[in-house]
Design a binder for this molecule. Structure first.
Ligand code: SF4
Length: 294
């Protein structure tokens, strides 16, 4: 198959006959998919065995998926499980040229349901056996289960941390593993000889983008000796603002105007991004990690 063949970004899933169930507070529907491996940047491909994510991050950019897959339940409270993912992946992996696969792009592949379904694990196994490389990014310590598959292969293991503060993390990423458990993922990955990455983002204005918070984040990066560090500012992606605003109104009402300016005032946003980049570089330099910034 030609390398530049276009695959649909989000394939239309086919209904499976099983009725929905409720697990861990989320409505779970088993569906069948026609394709699971998608061409996408920044890697060559990505895949998602689940539509929806029970981590339920307040700032989640994948909320836009609800435009393509409408659900009555709010984001974080539904998951469609593509139960034939591994078979479909096997078929696609045989036909497509090997490349790097971002795992995963619109859900956390190691969210709680993966413990039961093991679909992300199977897809990773299929891809690695077919000669693909994996760039794993997760907020779940369940990924440690799959280090046996990754060892000795072309795999980098990354975790995302938005704030070093466990209480803040619980508010912004209610279903994700604690920050300490995510750091443990990196230590174990390193121990297993895997390349590691840390993504600090989205950095939360006035909460985790301050010099003090950034110094704490980069101290954690230094302590885990992570190979590569990415940072990201909060972005005005579709459907993100209502959930961010609701949490701010409940917990930090005084920050609403600041967030609104950063997200929606282009001039203010440009200045914010410049200042944030300078603070990030300063904190990275202080931790001796400027050379590891992506
Ligand atoms: S882990 Fe990622 S995909 Fe899942 S809710 Fe959080 S930001 Fe969204």
């Amino acid at each position: 198959m030609a390398k530049n063949r276009q695959l649909p970004l989000f394939e239309k899933d086919l209904d499976a006959s099983a009725p929905p169930t409720v697990r861990g507070g989320a409505v779970v529907r088993e569906v069948r998919c026609r394709s699971v491996l998608n061409r996408t940047g920044p890697a060559d491909y990505s895949f998602n065995c689940y539509t929806g994510c029970t981590h339920g991050c307040v700032y989640c950019y994948a909320r836009f998926m609800q435009r393509f897959h409408p659900h009555d339940e709010p984001w974080g409270k539904f998951v469609d499980v593509k139960i034939n993912s591994a078979d479909v992946m096997g078929r696609q992996a045989r036909k497509l040229p090997p490349g790097r696969v971002f795992t995963c792009s619109a859900c956390d592949g190691w969210q709680g349901l993966e413990r039961h379904y093991r679909l992300t694990r199977e897809c990773c196994r299929v891809l690695l056996e077919a000669g693909f490389g994996l760039g794993v990014l997760t907020k779940s310590d369940l990924v440690r289960r799959d280090f046996d598959l990754f060892a000795g292969r072309d795999v980098s293991v990354g975790v995302t941390i938005t704030t070093p503060d466990e209480t803040l993390a619980q508010l912004w990423e209610p279903g994700a593993s604690p920050v300490a458990a995510r750091l443990e993922v990196l230590r174990e990955a390193k121990h297993a000889g895997l390349r590691t990455t840390l993504t600090f983002g989205p950095l939360l204005p006035a909460l985790s983008d301050t010099p003090e918070a950034l110094n704490r984040l980069f101290a954690l990066a230094a302590e885990t000796d992570v190979d590569r560090i990415w940072t990201d500012a909060l972005n005005p992606r579709p459907r993100v603002w209502p959930s961010v605003r609701d949490l701010l109104v409940r917990r930090w009402p005084g920050l609403v105007p600041l967030y609104r300016r950063i997200l929606f005032d282009a001039e203010h946003r440009a200045r914010y991004e410049r200042d944030l980049e300078a603070r990030v570089r300063e904190a990275a330099t202080a931790a001796g990690l400027a050379g590891r910034l992506a």
